[in-house]
Design a protein around this ligand. Structure first.
Ligand SMILES: Cc1cc2nc3c(=O)[nH]c(=O)nc-3n(C[C@H](O)[C@H](O)[C@H](O)COP(=O)(O)OP(=O)(O)OC[C@H]3O[C@@H](n4cnc5c(N)ncnc54)[C@H](O)[C@@H]3O)c2cc1C
Length: 434
């Protein structure tokens, strides 16, 4: 029988990243102390941390490492959540929330440390992360963030309008929030590097092996694919926003608590040196406060990697090309003609309150979802915490604010309607600037 082939998205990252390790499918029966489902940042980081502790681990991936959100994202390394600030997290989760905030504060540095420690060339640049504000009224977001994150010891700063103009090369914003530990990476290179690192340290990785069922058998977990089965003492479900996309009913309790929303990514042609020096000259990663988010960072070839959101019928990529070209030309008129060499998309798991959902899913089983577009750095750190959890670290020491899964009511219907939120965001953005 011929091996199933994996279709990669037409992304910049898939085009420029050296191939990952060659992996087998799971065929026949296997045993492991820990089974991990999903080889994105969460699953791979869990496996790597477990191997560092000498724990036997096998990872099952439906496609190839990094095929999900981890290999498709914008690669911004951001040590915050999208909207909730530290006090929101602590108000919701108490002392577990405080430990989570401390984890989150350090996530960017943790990611860059991991890349250094495992000698992964992920085109990483720890050039900082900036969140410029798009209206005078939104300055209070930046002020609140600086106040709260400073209290929790994060190296953050409030930026004046002039400072943001110097940093980004545009007068479009009114000030901003700055965390110098952030930056950007080639995310697929990081995922493949983590896979190589885990493999080299003795993890077993199986690709092209979608898990079809998870059942409890005696005191073990039995994980079945079309061609094999894996029995394990503990389980980490790291399928995140793709939880219901490949095997619909694999973990319905996780799939029903997020809205998977398509986020579009685009990479321009490499910019000329003269132009590049005038647009985000310090090469920071940038995501602003618009509801319809403006975001951009450079890749190693000086392409501006940005993107947007689109709804409605027709050729979405063509409409986005036109819309985002206009946006870039408005922000930076000196950019001139814009050509997008790559346009692709991936699912972001949105929750109703923009907080992630982290679960203990039975005896020695863990999982999470709800990245809300901000978990490149967080998912690597969560992998470290899941590795501790399956080794028996007590809940009072883990930076994991567990909750019970709560499905979003009328999930199927709301999933169809969720993209319409874009119209609400556009209206709000326009009203704020009026
Ligand atoms: C387009 C886009 C842009 C983003 N930009 C940013 C950004 O710039 N900064 C930021 O901080 N965050 C960003 N994010 C979010 C970030 O990418 C994710 O939070 C992070 O990659 C999640 O990693 P993960 O390992 O938990 O999940 P994933 O990387 O999605 O991994 C889940 C894996 O599970 C596998 N899987 C699913 N079902 C099965 C099954 N039945 N059997 C076996 N395997 C299965 C999938 O194939 C997939 O590889 C973005 C996300 C997207 C989609």
């Amino acid at each position: 029988m011929s091996e199933p082939t994996v279709r990669w998205p037409d992304s910049l990252w898939a085009a420029v990243t050296p191939a990952g390790p060659q992996l087998p499918e799971l065929i026949g029966t296997a045993q492991a102390d820990v089974a991990v489902i999903g080889a994105g940042f969460t699953g791979l980081s869990t496996a790597l941390h477990l191997r560092e502790a000498g724990v036997d681990v096998a990872v099952l991936e439906a496609m190839e490492p990094g095929w999900g959100a981890s290999g498709r994202n914008n690669g911004q390394v951001i040590p915050t959540l999208s909207r909730p600030d530290p006090e929101d997290i602590v108000a919701r989760h108490g002392s577990a929330g405080e430990r989570f905030v401390a984890l989150l504060r350090d996530t960017a540095s943790t990611l860059f440390d991991v890349a250094r420690r495992y000698q992964i060339d992920a085109e990483q640049e720890q050039s900082g992360w900036v969140q410029p504000v798009h209206s005078p009224g939104r300055m209070k977001i930046a002020e609140r963030r600086v106040r709260q994150w400073s209290k929790f010891g994060a190296p953050v700063e409030l930026l004046s309008r002039e400072k943001v103009r110097d940093m980004l090369g545009s007068d479009a914003w009114y000030g901003g929030f700055w965390n110098r530990t952030g930056g950007h990476i080639n995310p697929l290179a990081l995922a493949r590097g983590l896979a190589g690192g885990a493999l080299a340290r003795g993890a077993r990785l199986y690709a092209r092996s979608p898990v079809l069922t998870i059942t409890r058998q005696g005191d073990r977990w039995l994980v079945k694919t079309a061609k094999g089965e894996l029995s394990a003492g503990s389980l980490v479900i790291a399928t995140n926003a793709y939880s219901g996309e490949i095997t619909k009913s694999l973990v319905p309790q996780i799939a029903a608590e997020v809205m998977p929303v398509l986020s579009w990514q685009m990479a321009t042609q490499p910019l000329s040196d003269n132009v590049r020096k005038t647009i985000i000259p310090g090469r920071q990663a940038m995501s602003d406060t618009h509801g319809e988010l403006y975001f951009a960072r450079y890749d190693a070839r000086n392409r501006l990697v940005t993107g947007g959101a689109v709804i409605g019928p027709g050729d979405k990529a063509a409409r986005l090309r036109a819309r985002v070209t206009q946006r870039l030309q408005r922000l930076w008129p000196q950019i001139g003609e814009v050509r997008f060499d790559y346009v692709w998309n991936g699912y972001v798991g949105m929750t109703t309150d923009f907080l992630p959902r982290i679960h203990r899913l039975g005896p020695d089983a863990y999982g999470w979802t709800g990245c809300n577009g901000r978990a490149v750095a967080l998912s690597i750190a969560l992998g470290g915490e899941f590795a501790k959890a399956v080794q028996g670290t007590s809940e009072s020491e883990l930076a994991l604010p567990f909750t019970d899964p709560v499905p979003i009511p009328a999930h199927g219907l709301l999933r169809k309607l969720a993209p319409l939120m874009l119209l609400v965001y556009r209206r709000r953005d326009a009203r704020e600037m009026a």
